[in-house]
Design a protein around this ligand. Structure first.
Ligand code: PMP
Length: 391
């Protein structure tokens, strides 16, 4: 019976401490969030610059909704392409110093849609083993051969590229900041390899858009290699504080996607309210450098303090800081104890991360205060000692 099969699978998850439960969230402000009826310091959100609470984004959303309505009513190729799209995409082209831009409904949809539009059965996709699930799903949907290279291992990638026939279309794809480890991809080396082997390079700037580069353009701009990357994908759902995603690159690439990307063609356009806040966020993020500076100051401090306390933070160099605990149950208990002490930080377990590397993932926000952070570090140290994670 299919019902028994489903229940057995749920029971297995429960036994392995991998069964997920939806928390109940209420209004959050100034770094705090109400979760399951408790007020917690929010060290779990991707609202890295604090823009999700920004009045200017909220007002832009309201204005857009009042002008264009609550829903887009159709896909962009039918009658959903309201004027805000053109404005926001023009702003993206300027911000990213590129030829063309396309706004897509979410980061997940963007990765699935771009990869499945560009690659097909005869092609090969080279994907970092720790890339986001949406990249893996896009590769699977494309039916291309998927070769996963060891995390950030350029030599392994080169070995795989060498073994692939020269005539095959090759796409190398990587996250720029890895969402569960907080480390960064070796983009310069990836550009060198892509040029040597005639591959296409696609990057996912979900966790770096708004944060790196002089105007928050992303890690590729920060490293001065933006024009060597063929496909820039990023999201508005994290540092930019709202929702949706973009892809930028050459005009022919964007035209091709408009014509071939099923995840773009066959879905309703974003609601005008979302476009309003996207448009506002693209302007704000370019101007307000202090937010980036605050975030990096906080991140450096937290990483150093956690290391000093004896936690294993892996290879993190960014605003995403894991403490790797290993065992699933112990990790869940750690996050529950943090909640009891007033901190929201999630336990990340397999299959999101490899077996035996369950962790607490902290993500920092520019708008936290030094007092909030010091208080949080005290609580984390206490739980770490209570549970024997640190001495
Ligand atoms: N790529 C990466 C690297 C991500 O971390 C995420 C979101 N967790 C996505 C894509 C998906 O983005 P969205 O939430 O906008 O669908």
């Amino acid at each position: 019976m299919w019902q028994d099969n489903i229940n057995a699978q749920l029971a297995t998850l429960e036994k392995k401490a991998q069964k997920r439960k939806l928390p109940r969230m209420e209004r959050s402000d100034e770094g705090w969030v109400m979760m399951n009826g408790r007020k917690l310091l929010n060290l779990a959100s991707n609202n890295y610059l604090g823009l999700a609470d920004d009045e200017r984004l909220i007002e832009a959303s309201i204005r857009a909704m009042q002008t264009y309505g609550a829903g887009a009513t159709a896909s962009r190729l039918i009658v959903g392409n309201h004027a805000l799209y053109e404005e926001a995409e023009a702003a993206l082209v300027k911000w990213k110093e590129t030829e063309a831009a396309l706004i897509i409904n979410s980061g997940y949809t963007a990765n699935v849609g771009i990869l499945s539009a560009l690659a097909s059965r005869e092609d090969v996709i080279f994907s970092d083993k720790l890339n986001h699930a949406s990249i893996v799903d896009g590769a699977i949907l494309s039916r291309a051969e998927l070769k996963r290279y060891r995390h950030n291992d350029i030599d392994h990638l080169e070995t795989l590229l060498k073994k692939t026939p020269v005539h095959k279309l090759k796409i190398i794809v990587t996250d720029t900041v890895f969402s569960m480890d907080g480390d960064i991809a070796p983009l310069r080396e990836l550009v060198a390899l892509k040029e040597k082997y005639g591959a296409i390079l696609m990057i996912d700037e979900a966790h770096s858009s708004g944060l790196y580069g002089e105007k928050g353009e992303g890690l590729a701009h920060h490293l001065g290699i933006a024009e060597h990357v063929d496909i820039h994908m990023g999201t508005f759902s994290k540092a930019l504080g709202t929702f949706g995603a973009y892809v930028t690159g050459k005009k022919y690439l964007i035209d091709y996607l408009i014509n071939h990307m099923r995840a773009f063609i066959f879905t309703t356009a974003l609601p005008p309210a979302v476009l309003g806040s996207i448009r506002a966020a693209i302007s704000i993020v370019q101007q307000e450098h202090e937010r980036r500076i605050n975030l990096f100051t906080h991140s450096d401090y937290v990483r150093n303090e956690l290391k000093r306390l004896g936690f294993n933070i892996g290879a993190s160099t960014t605003q995403i800081v894991p403490i790797i605990i290993g065992d699933n149950e112990r990790t869940v208990r750690f996050s529950e104890r943090l909640q009891e002490r007033g901190i929201a930080a999630v336990a990340i377990r397999p299959p999101t991360v490899p077996e035996g590397t369950a962790r607490i993932r902290f993500s920092l926000m520019a708008t936290l205060t030094k007092q909030q952070i010091d208080w949080a570090l005290e609580q984390i140290a206490l739980v770490g000692k209570e549970m024997g994670v640190i001495a």
